[in-house]
Design a protein around this ligand. Sequence first.
Ligand code: DON
Length: 568
Amino acid sequence: MKSVVYAMLIVILSINPVSVMAASEAPQFSTGGMVASRSVLASQVGADILAAGGNAIDAAVAVGFALAVTYPSAGNLGGGGFMVIHLADGTVTTNDHRERAPLLASKDMFLDKKGSVIKGLSTQSHLAVGVPGTVDGLLAVLEKYGTLNRTAVIQPAIDLAENGFALDRDLAGQLSRRLKSFAPYAASMDVYSNSGKPWLVGEVFKQTDLAATLKRIKKYGRDGFYTGKTADLIVAEMTRNEGLISHQDLATYRSVWREPIRGTYRGFDIVSMPPPSSGGVLLVQMLNMLETLDIQASGFGSAATVHAIIEAERRAYADRAEHLGDTDYYPVPVHELISKNYAKMRFADFDPHKASLSSDIGAGDIPYESPDTTHASIMDAAGNAVAYTTTLNLSFGTKMIAPGTGVLLNNEMDDFSAKENVANFYGLLGRRANAIEPGKRMLSSMTPTIVLKDGKPHLVTGSPGGSTIITTTLQVVINVIDHGMDVSDAVASPRFHHQWQPDRVVIEQRGLSPDTLSLLREMGHKEMVPVPGFLGRGIGDANSVMRTKKGIVGVADPRNAGGAVGMP
Ligand code: DON
């Protein structure tokens, strides 16, 4: 087992050369508004929208469309996402544009005749694709809370796709590393290779079909994607390849407005994403457990603090496997899970000196792919704030572009539990709550989060990273609230992760001192797996924004490229 993990790490290290930070990746300051995302170009689009008089919601929608062009491994039209919104008048809400299982999907669709999971079917096939939600979500958000029109927020993305942009090291690197996986798909090779050769840094990268799809959305709204030519092209691709998505699936897809998960932590309000994400529930549950301890006193990075966080994570992820799923299909006990009383009960057996044991249920490896979901944080001067996480699931989803659309198809179906207690790509287990059903949304870990202080947005954060999203977000919040860090340190500080099963702690290399590691080992944390640390890529990519007394500070996670752009 260990050798597999180390082999994986060596592969990751060799394909992820340490990147040099560009000036734009430094923390930014503005009194006017701020956008932080994995793509400087997309952040710039958002800042331009703010400068043109748009609010944070307009900016977030424009960033969403732009990311589909400038950060195609995760930004998308063919995937899904979650947006947590705080309005200046105090309203908080969320838009769920998570993918749904097609109407023809069924519980055992990824199993063979003997009942075993068919490897790869839920990640690399047309059956892997969930009904995309992003376009409906972004447009619904714009319509409800935006102030600008569709053209204003989509045109920047169209321009970037149509005229192209010079490739930076981040995207050129991603495209060339993935060349082999695009190779079987002509439509993907047409775009993501330069006539079969890898794209090079500085070359101009255009996406003509994607520009045309964006134009249809600009002209016809959701009908430009869910009906008409785009829908025809997507369904044709499905029909040719035994995929399930039909015209009916597309035409009936609707994003959903949901009440956020709300919690408190040491006087701050936490606003985060409800099911079908597990993120908000687990974040609040873990914060509730940790609130019973004096984390500030035990201090950042101490064995006592790390142990406490691991133990909270272990319990919360065990609950995730049993209880979390799409609330439209399964009675998730949300209120119980996020109550302070439940946390006290669940944490009552916490021993400050001794690790507890996760049960022995099958442990899969947690693969550390490059972060392929992406998170953007946006604040404007008026007090509006948006936390936005969006994804195709794995890097570039299925790697398949639906021919003629420029749209990458997601492989989100893998986020369902294909079989009880069999790990998905992220090593996550699930049971009935997250079983496949027609039309159901697969459980997510995405945790777009807004922390309020005295009712006003204080911190906007979230991350990619599959199962590690929730624990990354947790640590950013704790770093700010308990350890008093500024947003830059809170995001940059080393991270670790435990998800109950597999029973191991994953720690950014050199993130904890040898003394701390040996204390943790003595407490019974037997398996501690290092992953390439800070600048080697590490855990998560938490592009965040925080309000200070003097203005708004934005930071792109220094583990990866990207940038914060403030309003001039
Ligand atoms: O929704 C989820 O939880 C996953 N599909 C997120 C995937 C992800 O973060 C990929 N990045 N590493």
